[in-house]
Design a protein around this ligand. Sequence first.
Ligand code: LMR
Length: 397
Amino acid sequence: MFNTLEPQQPDALLAVMAAYAADTNPDKVDLGVGVYRNSAGVTPVMTAVRKAEQRLLDGQLTKAYVGAGGNRAFAAFIEELTLGVNHPARAAGRVVTLQTPGGCGGVRLAADLIHRASHGARVLVSEPTWPNHRPLVTGAGLVVDAYPYYDPATGTLGFDEMLDALARLPAGHVVLLQASCHNPTGQDLTPAQWLTLADVLERQQLLPLLDLAYQGLGDGLDADAAPVRLLAARLPEVLIAVSCSKNFGLYRERVGAVIAVARDTVQAGLVMNHLQILARRMYSMPPDHGAAIVASIAADPVLKAEWLVELEAMRVRVGTIRSGLAAALRGEFGSGRFDFIEGQRGMFSLLGLPPAAVAALASEHHVYIAGDSRINVAGLPETRIERVARAIRAVCR
Ligand code: LMR
């Protein structure tokens, strides 16, 4: 049977990870996959996470199944973190949350739900978007199109073009939006643009599927979730995929959730019922450990305060690296060509380099970035900023 399989290209980003791992040069720099690194170049286990983990180890009495919806304390905390404590949709009982394996699991389950509930709905993603969005959505049997979003030549958002495209969509289509820290561009909508977008979504009766993967790493926990809160207050139906990979540093534990805002309590119950059935047929139940860590931090004011302080320090540091890299590139190029890096948010920016320059960065300078010339700013230790800026200058000659 297996002889019918055609060879496939490996995932491009995972291929960058592998190429970096295979490079024996001690001076190599990994700006590929999106993980936060501290000044020592290490992706740390956050202090609150380590303490919560120790408590789990000491106090957990069983490894029996948690249940179809996952950890309910985790789900309640994630709802609160995402929508805020007093969101009207929550107060009205219109919100349900299911724990998923990572934010990817959240996007995939949301797509499965859309496939089940709709007849012929298309999902539109930004151009560009995180490369795994398309496979996650098409894997659920849905058709994906794109809406214009970003001009890599100028490093700016094409908001008018985006609105034009969305304003032409028929009712019932789904718009995948990144709430903050857009991957791969780092270019977010302003609060005023989100308001305008909310008008268009409402008028056209479009369903937003919000991906919230970097909450706390842009402008702060509340500011980064503000677009989600706005749309959940304005629209009858919203889907949200949440990831704890970055803001809790729980990448390999696969901790996430799908949140659904429905028209009323009855439909919310129906959605939860379907989400659980969809999860059961795909992976049965979510893994426990990471969600239990998050729930344990949420339940302890001291651990929660420690987590908030560490997350805020990470956020501020990413901003400092952005400024440092923009300044170093200004020095190398003698121009403000890369100044956009400083104004953007979150882990990523797109350098706008051609593929040959990206390849030369790796082969000649041992600096690894994604094929679309996305750099993981949050993975760049301060001590390597000048070296990376010189390498970028060299491949642009
Ligand atoms: C990234 O974009 O680098 C991260 O979200 C990791 C991944 O799975 O692609």
